[in-house]
Design a protein around this ligand. Structure first.
Ligand code: HEC
Ligand code: HEC
Ligand code: HEC
Ligand code: HEC
Length: 428
């Protein structure tokens, strides 16, 4: 049986955690910057020495700036954030969809039924509670360049228009507290065994780790709704070693709802030793490198005629319209892709009508520009944005922001339709 002290020093990068934890405990006295690493056996930390700090408390000025950014980027249009007013219903992308699906929205029953059949996206997003289980440095990096965390969720965190300094300030506001080093030791082999026995893989992917099939029965009873929500919201455990503070990981495994009331992760009975063993498995098992992003293929143009009616029904009125509509027509404000929102400046792009799409969008210089004009490589701007969403889902960070923003990519065959329609001179 091997014992694994799990701890990272101030210089350890998230990915280096496993390595650092196996060998030395990097030690740092409070606030004075890194000193020479000292070998200290994890369980025998002398009480006279100040506790090691993995992440110090955030700078109050950064916290204050970050709080203002939470307002500017309108995070409450999608997320519950403790201590903050939720967005009003007419601006809340998730609450309104949930109310419609649950039949709570004030509308005639036949209208509700029709809407219910159309709404797939933005029906459930993680609440931003108990975020101090995460590393501040991870959050800052991820907000700046988000990637998919929850394979069962068809919506991802949108790539917002924020720089590294703004991402760091947001992370400071969301995770202001320091992380003190709390040594953890867990039995890796036992962790591997428990991962199967407790059916963790029923809900979770663990990309790159050895496959461990779940036991046929769940260790806790769950009704169908709880199971569906669990399946949709379970993160890929590949990222947990970068994301979570080690002590918080053990505490989370023992009692998730204590850290995040309302979480869809069930409490699975575990002893503390079992939780440490599972934590060791999650953090230390070597992972195969992630699959290389597949290049996105722009399909050749069709040799049949494509009309506005076809692309409108197939693409623009299916998804785009909800963020890019005519503010006079829509009950809302025209959507974030038209009137601005989530911190974006208004692009004034209306994709709800032929005249709307023909009038283009407003560029960074404040002037109107065509969304059909070819970029340097010849791809029409709007087609490049559609292809970019495929590249984002593949794990890339393309120059254009992927559209539809944070949602399921438009199928390549439908992008081909738009591409063909543009090449044919955009027939009505
Ligand atoms: C359009 C909706 C939307 C907006 C606006 C939005 N988010 Fe998110 N956010 C999501 C979705 C969807 C996820 C889940 C992503 C995943 O799991 O891959 C997410 C995930 C997160 C997470 C990870 C939480 C966890 O438990 O894994 C954090 C933190 C977060 N968002 C912070 C923010 C902040 C801060 C803002 C404002 C600057 C913001 N979000 C704005 C949709 C949104
Ligand atoms: C006032 C309620 C309400 C609000 C607020 C709202 N939606 Fe919707 N949304 C709807 C309804 C109703 C439909 C279905 C309309 C239909 O049947 O065509 C819908 C459909 C959609 C669709 C197409 C279906 C799908 O799931 O792909 C998208 C995308 C969408 N909404 C995105 C958003 C975004 C993004 C926001 C926030 C900026 C938002 N919605 C805010 C009511 C709302
Ligand atoms: C019923 C489905 C379900 C089962 C079974 C389940 N989980 Fe989870 N787990 C979730 C969901 C959903 C979340 C995300 C919770 C949230 O963000 O509120 C989660 C979150 C986690 C996290 C945090 C990961 C991160 O990066 O944020 C860890 C670690 C974790 N689970 C480990 C386990 C382990 C180990 C087991 C087996 C003992 C297990 N889970 C069993 C659904 C499940
Ligand atoms: C969830 C909301 C949302 C959805 C859905 C959405 N967009 Fe957008 N779109 C935006 C926002 C916000 C911007 C502004 C981004 C920026 O300023 O970088 C934008 C910008 C664009 C731009 C770039 C305009 C410019 O000149 O920079 C294009 C083109 C575009 N969207 C096309 C589409 C198409 C096509 C769809 C449907 C497949 C779509 N969008 C769906 C929110 C959305």
């Amino acid at each position: 049986m091997r014992r694994h002290p799990v701890i990272a020093g101030p210089g350890a990068q998230p990915r280096g955690l496993a390595v650092a934890s196996l060998t030395v405990l990097l030690f740092m006295s409070c606030g004075t910057g890194p000193k020479d690493p000292v070998d200290i056996p994890a369980p025998a930390m002398p009480s006279a020495v100040p506790a090691a700090v993995l992440e110090p408390a955030a700078d109050p000025a950064a916290v204050a700036r970050g709080q203002l950014l939470v307002d500017r980027f309108e995070c409450v249009r999608c997320h519950d954030i403790p201590g903050r007013e939720p967005a009003p219903l007419e601006k809340h992308c998730v609450r309104c969809h949930q109310d419609i699906l649950a039949g709570r929205f004030p509308a005639p029953p036949e209208t509700l039924r029709e809407w219910q059949g159309h709404i797939h996206h933005l029906t459930d997003v993680p609440a931003l509670r108990g975020l101090d289980r995460f590393r501040r440095a991870w959050l800052a990096a991820w907000l700046h360049a988000p990637h998919d965390l929850r394979p069962g969720l068809d919506t991802t965190m949108p790539r917002l228009a924020l720089g590294t300094a703004e991402a760091a300030d947001l992370a400071a506001a969301l995770i202001p507290d320091a992380e003190a080093a709390a040594p953890i030791a867990g039995d890796l082999e036992r962790g591997r065994e428990l991962f199967g026995l407790k059916s963790c893989a029923l809900c979770h992917r663990f990309t790159g780790a050895p496959t461990i099939p779940p036991a046929p029965r769940l260790p806790v009873p769950l009704d169908d709704a709880q199971l569906q929500r669990g399946l949709a919201q379970a993160p890929d455990l590949r990222f947990t070693r970068e994301r979570m503070r080690p002590a918080a990981l053990v505490a989370w495994l023992i009692d998730p709802p204590r850290h995040k009331p309302g979480t869809p992760m069930p409490q699975i009975p575990l002893t503390e030793a079992d939780a440490r063993a599972l934590a060791a498995w999650l953090v230390e098992v070597p992972l195969a490198p992630p699959p290389a992003p597949k290049p996105v293929q722009r399909l050749p143009l069709l040799d049949r005629r494509v009309t506005w009616a076809e692309v409108e029904a197939q693409v623009f009125k299916k998804t785009c319209w909800h963020c890019h509509s005519d503010p006079d027509f829509a009950r809302g404000d025209g959507g974030p892709g038209n009137s601005g929102g989530y911190g974006f400046t208004p692009r004034r792009l209306d994709l709800a009508s032929y005249t709307g799409i023909s009038s283009g969008s407003v560029g960074d210089d404040g002037k109107r520009r065509s969304v059909f004009a070819p970029l340097a490589d010849g791809t029409p701007r709007i087609v490049a944005h559609l292809l970019a969403r495929h590249a984002e889902v593949e794990g890339g960070a393309p120059e254009q922001r992927g559209m539809p923003l944070g949602l399921t990519p438009v199928p390549l065959a439908d992008i081909q339709l738009v591409d063909t329609w543009i090449a044919q001179g955009r027939p009505q």
